[in-house]
Design a protein. Structure first.
Length: 313
């Protein structure tokens, strides 16, 4: 579908009546109060938002998969194709289910906040560039603390540990999240977007950056050491995040960032290298080395198994 008649790709606020018609096409209008604003323009319609994010996802995954083939950090393991297809399949399953249960909620919340003038960025009328930067950084910080929360509380860890049971990290590990965790994260992000008054543009850019960064820092990619150290000043690199997938509690509970490395450095959760060294560290989770947990449908039942004490030993 083309842009709204009233759209400009460089303007911030949506024509809510036009965008509400697009929301109806997604069966999502019931999620918001009636629109009443006039005279706004929107950066892109809701269906185009989904297409843009899907294209960014496909390009990022394809490019990183190619780079993993050309410059792998670790050799491929036996049965890796089945694990790879299960991780990708899990992502498509999550997308399919959430498409009908929780359609485009963050984008709609951004539209609603703009229409009502709700949120910090709208109250202070921040310039668009500044608003986008503030929103992306604030949302990334929230994801950092959300990640820590999923490690801290047992009921949340049950769902997050599905991600940590992957014994071979590559770009598809970033797709290995339980649907309950994805849904909870969606609600948290939506609430923050409402409080910030983040624009539609900022929300779309953040989602693209977050998904691309997550695939990058999980990638089985060998970067020159000097480049890795340089990137770590502001980005989470594959070697940096690899430490987080250690079986050792101290290392597992460090390097929580997904996009920006600053949060781990600022809040004291940064670990430079695993104790065994990067080549010697074996990712995964104690008690979940059975091959059935590496693939569908076995991985989906991990949250409902009794927690094992040896998980953290």
């Amino acid at each position: 579908m083309d842009l709204c008649i009233s759209c400009s790709p460089f303007t911030r606020f949506p024509n809510l009546r036009t965008c509400s018609q697009h929301a109806r096409q997604f069966n999502a209008l019931s999620l918001l109060p009636p629109f009443s604003g006039e005279g706004y323009t929107c950066p892109v319609n809701l269906q185009s938002d989904a297409l843009i994010r899907a294209a960014a996802f496909g390009i990022s995954l394809g490019l990183l998969t190619l780079l993993e083939f050309l410059r792998p950090k670790r050799p491929a393991e036996r049965g890796n194709i089945l694990r790879w297809t299960s991780n990708v399949g899990n992502s498509f399953l999550n997308t399919f289910i959430l498409r009908f249960l929780l359609p485009i909620v963050p984008a709609l919340m951004a539209i609603h906040a703009a229409e009502r003038g709700i949120g910090i960025c709208n109250i202070f009328s921040l310039p668009m560039t500044l608003e986008v930067v503030v929103s992306i950084m604030a949302l990334d910080l929230v994801i950092y603390f959300q990640h820590r929360m999923f490690h801290r509380f047992g009921i949340l860890w049950r769902f997050h540990r599905m991600h940590h049971t992957d014994r071979y990290l590559d770009a598809t590990t970033a797709l290995r999240f339980h649907i309950v965790e994805i849904a909870l994260s969606l609600f948290i992000k939506t609430g923050v977007i409402f409080l910030l008054g983040s624009s539609f543009t900022a929300v779309v850019l953040f989602e693209i950056i977050l998904n691309s960064a997550a695939m990058f820092n999980h990638a089985n990619l060998s970067l020159p050491r000097k480049l890795d150290r340089l990137l770590r000043f502001f980005l989470v690199t594959p070697d940096m995040h690899f430490v987080h997938h250690s079986r050792k509690p101290r290392e597992m509970n460090s390097n929580f960032g997904f996009s920006l490395s600053w949060w781990d450095l600022l809040f004291g959760t940064y670990t430079e290298e695993p104790q065994e060294g990067n080549p010697g560290m074996k990712p995964g989770l104690n008690g979940f080395d059975d091959p059935k947990f590496a693939v569908l449908p076995g991985m989906l039942f991990i949250p409902f198994l009794q927690p094992l004490k040896k998980e953290f030993k």
